[in-house]
Each structure stands twice: as C-alpha cells, then as structure tokens.
Design a protein around this ligand. Structure first.
Ligand code: CA
Length: 388
C-alpha cells in the first residue's frame, strides 16, 4: 500500500453571539486544520493538527514540506515516518507549527494502519485499560461583557448546574481574567450550584505570575479543586516549580508543549503533577506513546488536553484508553488513579457535526469505539460547508 494523495482542510466557524473569553483572548471563531491521506488501495485516514491558532501555517507545512516527501510511501509505518519527518525538519521545526503538521500526518497514518490491520488504534497500541472514559465538561468561560460580575455569576450558576444535569461528574472552569477576588467568587458560586460531590478543576490559561497563582491556589483549597491547569506561562519553569511547591493544589500543564524532547524537560524540571499533551499538537499518537512512558517513569500522571474537532476527540479516546492506571489499583477512580477525557462544551459544529458518529455521554463517560483505525467517518458536506 502506498500514499497516493494528501489533502489539507482549513475550517472556520464564526461564533457570532456565542463568542467567549479565556484569560488570554476573545474567541470569535473556531479554527481547525484537518488532513486527509488517501492510499492507492482506497483507504483514507484523517488527522488533525494544531488547536490554538490559525490553520493556514499548518496547512503550508503539510502541503509544501511534508506531503511531497510522503507520496508513494507505506502509510502503515507511522513511527518510522515520524522520525524521518522530525529529523528532516529538526533544524527549523522542533516546536510549534511543524510539530502540529507532523501531528496531523501521524494521526492520519495511525488511522490508516489500524484500518489496514482491521484493528482499532487502541489495539494497535497494545490494548485498552478501559472502554469507557470519564469525561469532564470544559466550560464556564467568560462572556463578552465580563465586567458585569453579578450577571456573570447568575450565568455561571445556570451553566454549571446544566453540566451536572446532563450527566457530568467533573467540570473544568476558566480563571485568570478577573481579579483573584472576583474569580474566587465565580468558583464559590459554582461550588454552591453543583454541591460537594462534583469535581472542579480550574484553568488559568497562564494568566498569573507565580506569586498570584500561589495566592489563588491557597484560596481555592477550601473549594476542593482537583487540579490547577497552566497557572503560569509555559516558559516560566521556575514559576511552575514555585507554584507546585507553595500551593496546595496539584499542578497541570503542557497543552502547548511538543514532542518527547519538550516533555522530557518539562517533566524532569519538576514543573507538574499532571501533564496534558494534546494529541493534535504534541506530535500525534507516536509522540504521545513516548511522552506517556516518560511521564509514568517520573511519577507524573498523563491526562491529555482535548480541544478541537471531532477528529481530535476521537484520537484522544483511542489514546486515553491505553494509559495505564496510575497507580495500578483494584478500584478505578477517575482522576485519582484513572485518566479522564476533556469534553469541551462551548459551541463548536466542527466537534459536534463533523463525524457521522456521535460522542454520547452516558453516566458521565464517553465510549471508546471498536471500529478499525480511529473509528470515524468524516462528513465531507461539513468540511465543504466550513472550508476557508
Ligand atoms: Ca487549557
């Protein structure tokens, strides 16, 4: 079998009145970069690359740099191809756009390899420790008019209760845009709305310096927050270590770190309790396997970040199924010894409508499919509808 063609898709959905904010930025649109790899036998694999920025640079890397090197190659050797493409782009790649492009290609090749073998990706990787993965709702962002705190608190109460009503047992809430006092009020309102038994995680999107993050971590302890994501800037390794030492909440991060080399340093420097590689960013499934082993050997839990189209969610399901219990115990408990999957709940038709298959939450969990490859069928009417 040989790779016959590689096609890039840049998709964009304007959010209109559903625009929202994190601590860093306004989100007026959703962007996804998808790649479709077709073989001479008619098998088609899909991948996704990048999460945070525009799709155009990733498309340029795939179209102009990687694709010409892949036509005619055997697509069922993703690990070998990963090493070759990384080695080729090492002097100008290493992090960022090139690794996002490599992620997209790698995911598509694993999809094809699985289909060619008649096996789901989780089985290609050695087996699933679980076929249902506890999901957490990512929501409770900031509205356009985030300065109207009383209105914002009312909205949050309803939003958080809505996630619990729809079956989630875990929520991740954004912090870091308002003062520590107002963000603490937001969290307290949420805790009151959902009661003591629902898990809360927080994500500052690196909105703090270390001393502010430590103050916030200490305030949040009484709300029983399960992890504190991206307290400080990704480059501020000393800040991460300081926050980890001086705040009582476990520290998570790594959604914009890349490859086994980047994660090696992030883990070895003692920055985090939980690493969050994003499959569409860190270098795909091949990089994920390596990062998982590194983290496990260093006593760090792996809980992937997921924030893209349906392809990113489907890829994460396959990968998370293969994460060993951490530690291995007789009683699986979400986030204590079992990984969980992020399930973003803000408006995104690229997540909800792109695939023929639907992600259905039941008893707070998503099911891992048994179909070969990623187990997905992409709706080309949706890629056409949102193509840039
Ligand atoms: Ca995040």
């Amino acid at each position: 079998m040989k790779i016959k063609s590689i096609t890039s898709f840049q998709l964009r959905v304007p959010l209109g009145d559903k625009t929202f904010y994190s601590s860093q930025a306004r989100f007026p649109e959703r962007n996804s970069y998808l790649v479709r790899v077709e073989t001479d036998t008619g098998l088609i694999g899909w991948g996704e690359g990048g999460q945070y920025g525009p799709a155009e640079p990733v498309a340029a890397c795939v179209d102009h740099v990687f694709a010409p090197r892949l036509i005619g190659r055997d697509p069922t050797e993703p690990v070998r191809i990963w090493e070759e493409l990384y080695a080729y782009s090492r002097d100008f790649g290493q992090k960022g756009t090139y690794i996002e492009a490599l992620s997209a290609i790698d995911i598509a090749l694993w999809d094809i390899a699985g289909q060619a073998a008649g096996l789901p990706v989780w089985k290609m990787l050695g087996g699933a420790f679980r076929k249902r993965i506890t999901a957490y709702a990512t929501g409770c962002y900031y509205p356009e008019d985030f300065s109207d705190v009383p209105a914002l608190l009312d909205g949050l109460r309803d939003e958080a209760a809505g996630y619990v009503d729809s079956g989630f047992g875990l929520l991740k809430v954004k912090i870091g845009l308002l003062s520590l006092k107002d963000d603490y009020r937001r969290l307290r309102v949420i805790r009151e709305a959902i009661g003591p038994d629902i898990g809360i995680m927080v994500d500052a999107n690196h909105g703090y310096n270390a001393s502010a993050a430590i103050r916030m971590g200490r305030k949040m302890e009484e709300l029983d927050v399960l992890f504190f994501e991206e307290p400080v800037g990704a480059e501020d390794r000393e800040g991460y270590r300081k926050v980890r030492r001086e705040n009582p909440i476990p520290v998570a991060g790594g959604e914009c770190e890349y490859t086994r080399y980047g994660f090696r340093d992030f883990i070895a420097e003692g920055c985090v309790d939980i690493i969050q590689p994003d499959l569409a960013v860190c270098g795909g499934i091949t990089a994920f396997i390596q990062i998982l082993a590194l983290a496990n050997a260093h006593g760090v839990a792996t809980v992937p970040h997921v924030w893209g189209s349906g392809i990113a969610v489907a890829t994460a399901l396959q990968a998370i199924a293969t994460i060993p219990p951490f530690p291995f115990t007789a009683n699986p408990i979400a986030l204590l010894n079992q990984p969980i999957i992020e399930f973003d709940r803000k408006h995104n038709p690229l997540r909800d409508d792109l695939l023929v298959e639907q992600f259905v939450l039941s008893n707070g969990a998503l099911e891992v499919p048994d179909r070969p490859g990623l187990g997905i069928t992409v709706r080309e009417d949706i890629t056409a509808k949102y193509a840039v």
